[in-house]
Write a protein that binds this ligand. Structure first.
Ligand code: FES
Length: 192
């Protein structure tokens, strides 16, 4: 059957729309990557130069991020392997707040020290994916609400995370996950 308006067969049209998930996913990743760069640029303009290009992101290669421009109290958003990643430069007050919590009282007990790298407690790196049903929590971009525990707030069903990204209130069962990463220098990390 011919779709006369476009000069293609219906089969061809369907293949383009639904039968080529690889191409569709690539387009989504590229779009998502560009969006991430844009968000990071809003928060910290210089980070835009350091963000990976769309091909690197789509390929799932490790990415290197210089955190020097991220001032205390600020955060950035990045994409790695199609997943949103938050990096926050925590203040001393935020670190102290996370450290003083009674770990056994937490829904997903984990000390702050297990969620950061030794000697680099000021930087918290987590996936920006709520562990309830996968929404994107607020609290990284300037002006976003951070919830009752000054970390992140997921507006979908009301999950509150603290300054270590640990679930404190709401339906999310687990803390925000931590991607594989390492420090290459005092302020540069490699994710992946
Ligand atoms: S998806 Fe975040 S609270 Fe439900």
């Amino acid at each position: 059957m011919i779709d006369n308006r476009r000069g293609r067969t219906v089969a061809e049209a369907n293949a383009t729309q639904a039968g080529d998930p690889t191409r569709r996913d690539m387009l989504f990743l590229a779009t998502g990557a560009m969006g991430a760069v844009g968000v990071a640029a809003l928060a910290v303009p210089f980070v835009r130069q350091l963000a990976p290009n769309a091909q690197t992101v789509a390929a799932g290669a490790p990415i290197e991020v210089d955190l020097t421009p991220v001032a205390e109290g600020q955060g950035i958003k990045l994409f790695w392997r199609g997943k949103l990643v938050f990096v926050r430069h925590r203040t001393k007050a935020e670190i102290d707040e996370a450290a003083k919590v009674t770990v056994a009282s937490l829904p997903d007990p984990q000390p702050d020290s297990a969620r950061v790298k030794p000697g680099k407690e000021q930087f918290l790196v987590v996936y920006g994916i709520c562990t309830h049903l996968g929404c994107v929590p607020m609290g990284t971009a300037p002006g976003e609400g951070r919830g009752d525990f000054n970390g992140w707030f997921c507006p979908c069903h009301g999950s509150h995370y603290d300054t270590a990204g640990r679930i404190r209130k709401g339906p999310a069962p687990k803390n925000l996950e931590i991607p594989p990463y390492a420090f290459l220098s005092d302020s540069k990390i490699r994710i992946g």
